[in-house]
Design a protein around this ligand. Structure first.
Ligand code: NAI
Ligand code: PYR
Ligand code: MG
Length: 608
C-alpha cells in the first residue's frame, strides 16, 4: 500500500521532476513526417498542419504554398518569442482595465492562435502552463462559458442536440479525425459553480482537453470535446436572442437518458478504444450516468471521481503537515460543505480510506465526517435525503438537523473544513475565526469551488481570520499570502487537473476496458505520495503546476499498473497485456512518457 511509501520519497525523484518542469525546451532532434491529404491554401487554413511563416521553402514548394506566405521563413522559436512579446504588450496595454475585460482579451488572443496554429499554441501553453492555465481553464474558462454565444467565432468539438435523436450513429462520422483517444462530454447543466449554462458549457470540455494535451501529451488531433445539448432551464439564456443552443427546457427522465445512450453507443462504435470523461453534469445525472455506464464503457466522471482523488491526496497531506503519522488520518474530523457530485464523491472516497486504514466498516468510518448542504447539517431527521448522502447523515442528538456551518465548526472543532458548495464567501469571518479553535495544530481550509468568485473564501481571508498556521487550498488559483510575521502563507490549488489527465492517459495506454476503483485509488495514492515531508510541512500539499507533465506521467503509470493488477489491461498498439505486466514501475513511467505528444513542426508529406 502507498501509505507506507510516502516518507520514503527520495530527493533524487524531486530533482528529476524539477528538471522535467524546466521551460522552453526546443528539441533539436528531427521529428518524423506527418502525412497530409491537402495542399496549398487548404493547409494554411487547417490549424493541425499550419505552421504560418514557419514553412521552410522546400516545403512551400512541395505543398503548393509558394507565394501564399510572406517570403521570410521564421523558426518556431522566433514565432514563439513573437507571440509572447505580443502577449506581454497586451498585458501592458490593458493595465488598469476591469479584470474580466483583461481576462477575456487574453483568452481571445490564445484562442486565435489555437484556431490558427495548434502546434505553436500547445508549445506556448505547455511552456507557460502556470500563466496560461488560469486563462484556458479555471477561472477564465467560466467567464468564457458565460459569454460563449457572443464570443463564438469558429466551431470546435461536436454538438449533439435533442434534435439529433436517431442520427448520432452517422453524425459521429462527420468528425474529421480517423482516431480519437480522449472525449470530454458535458450537458452544460452545472458549469463550475455557475449553474446551467446550456450549450455554452462547451468551453469546459475544450478547456479540459487543452489540459489533456498540455499535461498528458494526448495528441490534439485525437481529442474530441462534446456538447450534448438537451436544452437549458436557464431562463436568461432562453430569452437571449444570441443564445446558440436549443431553445427548450432540459429533457428529463427517459428522454434524457435515451440521448446519452445513443451518443455513447455511437462514440464507442466508431472509436472502441476511446476514454470518455463526463464533466460538469448536475449531480443527479452525474451519479446516474456513472452507474449506468461505468461497467459498460471506458468512462469516468471527473467531478465525482477525479475530485475525490485530489481531495483525498490533500487530506492525507494535511495529516503529514501536522507532523503526524498518516495512520492518524482515521482520527481527523472533517466537515464537508456541499453534498453534490463533488462533495459526495470526496466524502465517499475519504471514508473508504479511513475504513481501510483503520480496518473498520465504512459505516463506522463515517463517524468523523460531517456533511452540510444548502439546508445545513445533514442528519437522519432530514426528509427527502439524497440517497448518496444517507450513509453520512448524523444522529441529530449529536448536533441538530440543519445546523449552520458556524455551529458545526464550533461544536466539532474539525481538523479540516472543505468546501464544494459552489457558493462564494460562505466561509465568512465568523466561520474562519471558529477554525482557530480547531483540534488540529494546523487547521486545514479547502475552498475548492470554482471559479474564483465562487470559492468559499479567499486565501487572504483564510489566513487573516483563521490564522497564519493554517494549510490552505482553493480550486482556482490565488496568489500566496504575505503574513504579518514576514512568512508566506502558501496557497495550494486543489483541483482535479492534477489527476484527470493521468487517469485518462493511464487508462488509454493500458487499454483497460473500464475504469476501476483500484485505478482511481492508485491515482490518488500517487499524488498523495508526490510531495516530500519537507514540502508538506511548509503547507505545500500539491506540486507546482509547472511540473504537470511529470506528475501526469507518474499518475498515468500508477493507473496503468492498477489496471494490470485488476486484470483488465488489454494493451495498446504493439504493446500487449503481457508486455505491460512485465514492466517495472520505472519502465511504466518511461512507457507513458514516450507516448506523450510534444508540439514540434513535423515535415509534412502530401499524399492523395
Ligand atoms: N476543485 C475542484 O477540482 C472541483 C471543484 N468543483 C466545484 O465544486 C462546486 C460544486 O460542484 P458539484 O458538487 O458538482 O455541485 P452540485 O450542484 O452537485 O452540489 C452543490 C452542493 O452544495 C450545496 N449548497 C448549495 N448552497 C449551499 C450553502 N449555502 N451552504 C452549504 N451548502 C450549499 C448544495 O445543497 C449541494 O449539495 C462547484 O463550484 C465546482 O466548481 C467541482 C469539481 C472539482
Ligand atoms: C474543476 C472542476 O472540474 C469543476 O470545478 O467542476
Ligand atoms: Mg468539473
Amino acid at each position: 500500500m502507498m501509505w507506507m511509501n510516502i516518507a520514503g520519497f527520495s530527493k533524487a525523484a524531486a530533482a528529476v521532476r524539477r528538471a522535467h518542469g524546466s521551460r522552453r525546451c526546443f528539441s533539436t532532434s528531427i521529428p518524423g513526417p506527418c502525412i497530409v491529404h491537402k495542399r496549398g491554401a487548404d493547409i494554411l487554413h487547417d490549424p493541425w498542419f499550419n505552421k504560418d511563416t514557419g514553412f521552410p521553402l522546400t516545403e512551400r514548394d512541395r505543398l503548393g504554398l509558394r507565394g501564399l506566405l510572406p517570403p521570410r521563413v521564421m523558426s518556431c522559436e522566433q514565432q514563439y518569442d513573437r507571440f509572447i512579446e505580443s502577449f506581454h504588450s497586451l498585458e501592458r496595454n490593458t493595465q488598469g482595465q476591469p479584470e474580466n475585460v483583461v481576462s477575456l482579451a487574453k483568452w481571445r488572443m490564445l484562442n486565435r492562435l489555437h484556431d490558427r496554429n495548434e502546434t505553436l499554441y500547445y508549445r506556448v501553453l505547455i511552456d507557460n502552463i502556470k500563466d496560461f492555465a488560469p486563462i484556458i481553464y479555471t477561472p477564465t474558462v467560466g467567464l468564457v462559458c458565460q459569454n460563449y454565444s457572443g464570443l463564438y467565432r469558429r466551431p470546435r468539438g461536436m454538438y449533439f442536440s435533442a434534435k439529433d435523436k436517431g442520427e448520432m450513429m452517422s453524425m459521429i462520422y462527420n468528425w474529421p479525425a480517423q482516431q480519437v483517444d480522449m472525449i470530454v462530454i458535458t450537458d452544460g447543466s452545472r458549469i463550475l459553480g455557475l449553474g446551467d449554462l446550456g450549450v455554452q458549457g462547451i468551453g469546459i470540455p475544450i478547456g479540459k482537453l487543452d489540459m489533456y494535451v498540455a499535461a498528458a501529451g494526448i495528441n490534439p488531433q485525437r481529442v474530441l470535446p462534446i456538447m450534448l445539448d438537451v436544452g437549458t432551464n436557464n431562463e436568461k439564456l432562453l430569452q437571449n436572442d444570441l443564445y446558440l443552443g436549443v431553445r427548450q427546457p432540459r429533457l428529463e427522465g427517459e428522454e434524457y437518458l435515451e440521448i446519452i445512450d445513443e451518443f455513447m453507443e455511437a462514440a464507442f462504435t466508431r472509436w472502441p478504444k476511446a476514454v470518455v470523461q463526463f464533466e460538469d453534469f448536475q449531480a443527479k445525472w452525474a451519479f446516474q450516468t456513472l452507474e449506468r455506464y461505468r461497467k459498460k464503457f471506458c468512462m469516468f466522471n471527473d467531478d465525482v471521481q477525479g475530485t475525490a482523488g485530489v481531495a483525498l491526496a490533500g487530506l492525507l497531506g494535511t495529516v503529514r503537515a501536522q507532523g503526524r503519522p498518516l495512520s492518524d488520518f482515521v482520527n481527523q474530523k472533517i466537515v464537508v460543505v456541499g453534498a453534490g457530485s463533488a462533495g459526495l464523491g470526496v466524502t465517499k472516497m475519504a471514508v473508504q480510506a479511513v475504513a481501510r486504514m483503520a480496518g473498520i466498516s465504512e459505516i463506522e468510518a463515517t463517524k468523523n465526517f460531517y456533511l452540510i448542504d444548502k439546508d445545513g447539517l445533514v442528519t437522519t431527521e432530514r426528509t427527502k435525503l439524497d440517497p448518496g448522502a444517507v450513509p453520512f447523515a448524523k444522529n441529530p442528538a449529536e448536533i441538530r438537523e440543519g445546523a449552520s456551518i458556524v455551529e458545526v465548526v464550533k461544536k466539532v472543532r474539525p481538523h479540516v473544513l472543505l468546501g464544494l458548495s459552489g457558493v462564494g464567501g460562505i466561509f465568512h469571518e465568523e466561520v474562519l475565526k471558529a477554525m482557530r479553535e480547531s483540534d488540529s495544530c494546523k487547521p486545514a481550509i479547502f475552498a475548492m469551488s470554482n471559479p474564483t468568485l465562487n470559492a468559499e473564501c479567499t486565501a487572504v481571508d483564510a489566513f487573516k481570520h483563521a490564522g497564519g498556521n493554517i494549510v490552505f487550498a482553493s480550486g482556482s488559483p490565488f496568489e500566496n499570502v504575505e503574513l504579518e510575521n514576514g512568512k508566506v502563507g502558501h496557497v495550494n490549488q486543489a483541483n482535479n487537473m492534477y489527476l484527470f489527465p493521468g487517469i485518462g492517459l493511464g487508462t488509454l495506454l493500458s487499454g483497460a476496458r473500464i475504469v476501476t476503483d483500484g485505478m482511481l485509488l492508485a491515482a490518488a495514492e500517487c499524488l498523495a505520495s508526490y510531495m516530500t515531508d519537507e514540502e508538506v510541512q511548509k503547507g505545500v500539499l500539491y506540486p507546482s503546476i509547472n511540473n504537470i507533465r511529470h506528475i501526469t506521467a507518474e499518475v498515468g503509470a500508477a493507473v496503468l499498473r492498477a489496471a494490470v493488477s485488476d486484470d483488465i489491461a488489454e494493451g495498446h498498439g504493439d504493446v500487449g497485456p503481457k508486455d505491460l505486466g512485465h514492466m517495472s514501475k520505472e519502465d511504466t513511467v518511461n512507457y507513458i512518457t514516450r507516448h506523450m505528444w510534444y508540439p514540434i513542426y513535423s515535415p509534412l508529406v502530401h499524399e492523395k
